[in-house]
Design a protein around this ligand. Structure first.
Ligand code: FE2
Ligand code: FE2
Length: 299
């Protein structure tokens, strides 16, 4: 059920990535960027411990100390995490959060409003980055002698596009419940996950209207980003997760205005972006073992 992910473009960078069943960490990162349509490595993505001749990969949303030791013991060549795990990837989150600006502007939010909506969180990120024990896990990987990297925004961008494409398939008069049903029908990740797609603001019977998928920008946009969308023509905002206090405040202010906030579930939605990438690695002859991901496809 559901449509297959179309995959990366053929030729160019892509043709150089077919390496007879092994890849380097650089090639793996280049593949993710190509699939996401990005030409720069986002600040929340890094190779902590480079490797080459990689055949077996352990992939998880969070791969930390225990998982690194497991990966080494079980003979994996690479531990590939989704969430940032160290180095510059945990220090410069404010740069990635700024991606919300582009998404908001694309949806019709004036640029000055969009910039103001992310300012407070970016300020906080610049300060809290200093708290991080940034070399703890990279140092462990170096000591163990295992390649280690994380790919965050490129894979979230793949997931964001998939959700946005699915939303665009619905007619303008569709209701919120239709979108929830369509996402579940299209993507096994939402059917298989233990979480459900929740409508935290508004109502399933509301008109869907203009939909914005606010994902692939480090983390959800919180109250200010959702408010900016609602105030500037977006009727339904999709986050993959949301703080309860934020949902409550938005529901108080917008709950009776026809506006809607959906949360699609963190791990299901991360898996939605990660799985097409794992398929692409598999097509290149690599053995990929997912740890704690929600599987795609199937009934
Ligand atoms: Fe993610
Ligand atoms: Fe995540």
């Amino acid at each position: 059920m559901g449509r297959e992910f179309p995959g990366p473009p053929v030729g160019g960078v892509e043709s150089q990535l077919i390496t007879g069943g092994t890849m380097t960490t650089e090639e793996i990162l280049a593949l993710a960027l190509a699939m996401a349509g990005l030409d720069e490595v986002p600040a929340d993505t890094a190779i902590y411990c480079p490797g080459e001749g990689i055949r077996r990969i352990l992939v998880g949303i969070d791969l930390e100390g225990a998982e690194l030791i497991l990966a080494k013991e079980r003979g994996f060549d690479l531990a590939l995490a989704h969430h940032p795990a160290g180095g510059t990837a945990v220090l410069r989150m404010d740069e990635v959060f700024a991606r919300h600006i582009g998404l908001m502007v694309e949806a019709g939010v004036p640029e000055a409003v969009a910039r103001a909506a992310v300012e407070e969180k970016r300020y906080e990120d610049r300060i809290t980055g200093q708290i991080r024990n940034y070399d703890r896990l990279p140092a462990l990987a170096r000591l163990l002698g295992i390649a280690y990297m994380n790919i965050h925004t490129p894979l979230d961008e793949i997931g964001r596009r998939r959700m946005a494409e699915a939303a665009a398939e619905l007619a303008p008069h569709a209701i919120v419940a239709d979108l929830i049903a369509h996402l579940c029908a299209r993507f096994g990740e939402f059917r298989h996950a233990l979480t459900e797609i929740q409508c935290l603001v508004g109502d399933g019977r509301n008109r869907l209207g203009h939909v914005a998928v606010a994902h692939g920008a480090g983390t959800n946009g919180g109250y200010p980003v959702a408010k900016a969308y609602f105030d500037h023509g977006v009727d339904t905002v999709i986050y993959i997760h949301c703080q309860p206090a934020v949902a409550k405040q938005l529901a108080r202010e917008y709950g009776s205005t026809g506006k809607n906030l959906l949360v699609t579930g963190h791990i299901a939605s991360d898996s939605l972006g990660i799985n097409p990438f794992l398929s692409a690695l598999g097509e290149r002859g690599l053995e990929v073992v997912p740890l704690g991901l929600v599987p795609p496809g199937g009934g």
